[in-house]
Design a protein around this ligand. Structure first.
Ligand SMILES: Nc1ncnc2c1ncn2[C@@H]1O[C@H](COP(=O)(O)OP(=O)(O)O)[C@@H](O)[C@H]1O
Ligand SMILES: [Mg+2]
Length: 351
């Protein structure tokens, strides 16, 4: 097949005077794109890379791919990850991974948390702020964790995200409004371990935006393949990072990543995390691949809390969480990439 590889390369991203240095931290490197292209070619396909920007529509008309491998994060707008899929759907071109609604939803952490809370899935209690002086909800208690609503790769996440009093809260709100110009999410600070679970595959029943009855519940996991959970080894990082998976750790220290994979967890803990991952995958309507980030509450018997789901998890072969997990699960990088592609090929009935 002729596969269009669609991504937003860091080096092609627009720049302007005074832009934030972390502005494009979630975009991809050439190294990642080359690795994905090679993996897809190794399965016998032809690959054409296309930048997911305003030139894409014309490029697609000329290239005419059979299917696209989409990892575009987008440049501008609240639902930027949904823009390229919107073009693909207008042009009726099949593509890998989740569709518009899911990509727009999952980029918005508070919206995702509302969906999770509706389904009684454990996510930290929260409040969104649109102004620095908005009163704190009476039922939300300090310490809180304060982060941008619609960013990734730890953007806006640092040790000062943990706020222990009103002054720190207002200061962090002020900082984030100035820097990211979007609503800010404040959630209960979950002190504890940091674990992430990667999954490939698809639910064998149509994705419904609800959870099945109790006795049926575990059946929804069929069709999904879970990789061993990865734990960020916080003990290996400078104390200034405060046990948080910060932007500095994710970007500046990415090549020297300290982790435990498989994470030292009991079988029962892994099963619970897998179930929560499957449930999150289902209620957010994901396809083909995702990664769910958890915190295990040290003050409550390591109860897992869902922080977010990433329907476009990083695919850097060297240090992305999902790739490390796949490797720990005995998969090669080629197998991982082609499984995502093959799931989409099967979903569209192109096999
Ligand atoms: N409620 C919270 N309690 C404790 N730590 C948190 C909380 N929310 C986020 N964090 C920390 O911040 C990191 C990034 O948060 P996350 O919501 O996963 O955003 P990103 O999209 O940047 O990965 C997490 O991996 C975790 O270390
Ligand atoms: Mg995360």
């Amino acid at each position: 097949m002729h596969v269009g590889l669609l991504a937003n390369l860091k080096k092609n991203a627009p720049t302007w005077p005074g832009m934030s240095p972390d502005q494009w931290d979630d975009l991809d490197s050439e190294k990642t794109i080359e690795a994905i292209a090679q993996a897809i070619e190794s399965a016998g396909h032809k690959v054409t890379f296309m930048e997911g920007d305003v030139t894409l529509f014309e490029r697609l008309k000329a290239v005419k791919p059979d299917i696209c491998f989409n990892i575009c994060e987008g440049h501008f707008g609240d639902s930027r990850e949904a823009q390229v899929p919107a073009i693909l759907e207008m042009m009726r071109i099949p593509y890998t991974g989740s569709r518009l609604l899911t990509l727009a939803l999952c980029l918005d952490k508070p919206m995702t948390k509302r969906v999770l809370a509706y389904h009684n899935l454990p996510t930290p209690p929260f409040q969104t702020f649109e102004r620095v002086d908005e009163p704190l909800d009476a039922d939300l208690t300090l310490p809180l964790f304060v982060k941008p609503s619609r960013e990734g790769t730890g953007m806006g996440v640092s040790a000062s995200s943990i706020v222990r009093d009103e002054t720190q809260l207002r200061r962090q709100l002020q900082n984030l409004f100035e820097r990211y110009n979007q609503p800010v999410l404040a959630e209960k600070f979950i002190e504890g371990r940091e674990v992430t679970v990667g999954v490939v595959g698809d639910l064998r029943q149509p994705v419904a935006w609800r959870l099945p009855d109790d006795e049926e519940a575990r059946r929804i996991m069929r069709g999904l393949h879970f990789f061993p959970p990865l734990e960020v080894d916080m003990g290996q990082y400078p104390i200034e990072e405060a046990g948080v998976y910060t932007n500095r750790i994710k970007v500046e220290m990415a090549e020297d990543f300290h982790y435990l994979c498989p994470a030292p967890l009991t079988e029962a803990q892994v099963e619970e995390l897998n179930w929560l991952t499957a449930a999150t995958f289902r209620v957010t309507g994901c396809f083909d691949v995702a990664r769910v980030d958890f915190r295990l509450d040290a003050n409550d018997n390591f109860k897992p809390y869902i922080l977010e789901i990433n329907p476009l998890p990083g695919l850097n072969p060297g240090y992305s969480d999902l790739c490390i997990e796949a490797k720990a699960g005995g998969w090669s990088y080629e197998q991982l990439v082609n499984r995502i592609l093959d799931e989409a090929i099967a979903r569209y009935g192109l096999a």
